[in-house]
Design a protein. Structure first.
Length: 153
């Protein structure tokens, strides 16, 4: 699928149409939020800004299929593959019996919080809850070098 800078679709191939249960005419001209599952549309603008800033994004999200059902799809997207146009490749998302998605960890692109059992938690809390790991803090050599830079006269 190809979208413009405003997140409106300008093209969709046959595979995307089949996956979404929609015709090309039902997709082209629509905003990205039109295919996102109800309750998730508010996230679209923030995720879009992050995508444009970072240049790439991948993960799993829920879409509304043409028949009205919601489905999880896996996506891999590249911003500005040509200036002002952004492509995303969609595929069916494998799911475990629990409804969780494989070994994928969803991390907020802005806050770096982790989605765990339907809630957004800090990384340290996630590591403790999900894996029983306690976190100790340190400073990387890069951060240390930044912290001890002499003041510029």
């Amino acid at each position: 699928m190809v979208a413009d800078d405003r997140a409106y679709y300008v093209d969709a191939n046959q595979a995307a149409c089949v996956l979404l249960g929609r015709t090309r005419e039902q997709i082209v001209g629509q905003h990205l939020s039109a295919i996102v599952a109800p309750g998730r549309q508010a996230e679209v603008d923030v995720q879009w800004q992050s995508f444009i800033r970072d240049g790439r994004q991948q993960g799993i999200f829920e879409v509304v299929h043409g028949d009205g059902s919601t489905r999880q799809v896996q996506f891999n997207a590249k911003a500005n593959f040509v200036p002002g146009l952004h492509c995303s490749f969609l595929s069916e998302s494998p799911q475990r019996e629990t409804g969780e998605t494989g070994d994928l960890l969803t991390v907020c692109a802005w806050s770096k919080r982790v989605r765990y059992q339907g809630e957004w938690v800090g990384l340290e809390e996630y590591l403790l809850l999900a894996h029983g790991l306690f976190v100790s803090h340190g400073i990387s050599p890069e951060a240390f070098a930044q912290a001890v830079k002499p003041p510029v006269p």
